[in-house]
Design a protein. Structure first.
Length: 356
């Protein structure tokens, strides 16, 4: 193997705090960008249109060349948009949830333009990563784009979003514990080589939030810490050049659930449950994950979803086929059996799956 070197992209704009949506024009202009194409998620105009357009249209130095409201993340839609936007576009701005951000991110990638990410929820780390989840030939597919040039998060907006999105973000961030352990396991097996800096940042991303004091998951400081942690997760993947520091066996279980269930839960909800399962299998920091997901109310929320344990049993068996080139704990038959066993043995899992 050749020696590893780092050539990475990181955000130039990083603004996180209350009422940041009201200052969009200022943050975009200060980076020298004057002409943008805007992609907004379905329903975002009704919820925050006055704030968004009040900011973007008040300064004559900033020009919105085109506005697109979209809920279609098919490759056909994206390519048609990418090659029809005005030639003098200087940046793509995406505002909304994961779907529209992925569309805007990939349009920017295809046109070799900066992408500014303005999420209205923190359901997972996609708003701060180079990855996209798109529909290609009718199937959800993960593809690589590039890191956002800018990330602007209005914590006042995040606080107003349904709590399930915050729980999803919490589930996604704890997955870095099991993902890093899987990555180190793969290195031990001679399958890959770990990037130590990516490991350090992935660990910092989760440790900073699971160890911080708080009284409410909707506190400004807690929301900011969640955003910062998810952003660090995105940077860890950028350093590694792949998703390994942030996505291991727990993500493979979630991807399997996406394929086999008619109505999958939010990505981070599935990942959070799978992370706890795999932490028990790995015998690694499961007490920390259990305490964090219990104290934040994640497990209490998950219990209301009336999940079917059989779905997780099937997903565990299917998981290795999602990425057969990897060698995480879930790829080892004896650990798959252990993962299925703990669902019926662990008191927390029995409770959330309503197993008597």
């Amino acid at each position: 193997m050749k020696p590893q070197t780092h050539r990475i992209s990181i955000p130039v704009i990083m603004e996180v705090g209350p009422n940041k949506l009201e200052e969009l024009d200022r943050y975009i202009l200060k980076s020298g960008i004057k002409k943008i194409v805007l992609f907004i998620g379905e329903g975002i105009r009704d919820l925050f249109g006055d704030i968004i357009f009040g900011s973007l249209n008040r300064n004559k130095g900033l020009k919105v060349l085109e506005e697109n409201e979209c809920d279609d993340n098919s490759m056909e839609y994206i390519t048609s948009k990418a090659f029809s936007i005005p030639a003098d576009t200087e940046a793509i701005v995406g505002i909304g949830g994961g779907k529209v951000l992925d569309v805007a991110k990939y349009v920017a990638f295809l046109r070799d333009l900066p992408f500014i990410s303005v999420p209205t929820s923190t359901a997972h780390d996609g708003f701060a990563s180079s990855g996209c989840s798109l529909y290609i030939n009718g199937h959800r597919t993960s593809v690589h784009a590039r890191m956002p040039y800018g990330i602007i998060v209005d914590t006042a907006i995040i606080k107003k979003s349904p709590e399930r999105f915050i729980y999803s973000g919490l589930g996604d961030i704890v997955s870095k514990i099991t993902a890093v352990y899987d990555w180190l396991f793969e290195e031990e097996k001679g399958v890959t080589r770990v990037d130590d800096l990516a490991v350090m940042i992935a660990k910092k991303s989760v440790n900073s939030i699971v160890r911080m004091p708080y009284t409410d998951i909707k506190e400004d400081f807690f929301i900011k810490e969640l955003v910062d942690s998810l952003t660090m997760s995105g940077i860890a993947m950028e350093i590694a050049g792949n998703s390994s520091p942030a996505s291991g066996s727990e993500h493979l279980i979630s991807h399997a659930l996406d394929k086999m269930t008619l109505k999958p839960q939010l990505h981070g909800i599935q990942v959070g449950i799978a992370s706890y399962i795999m932490s028990l299998v790995q015998n690694h920091r499961f007490k920390r994950i259990r305490k964090f997901l219990s104290d934040t109310g994640f497990f209490s929320y998950v219990k209301t979803l009336k999940l079917n344990p059989d779905d997780y049993i099937k997903a565990i068996d299917m998981a290795p086929d999602i990425k057969p080139n990897r060698m995480t704990y879930i790829h080892v038959p004896e650990y798959r059996e252990k993962a299925k066993e703990v669902i019926f043995e662990d008191s927390i899992l029995k409770d959330i799956f309503n197993i008597k």
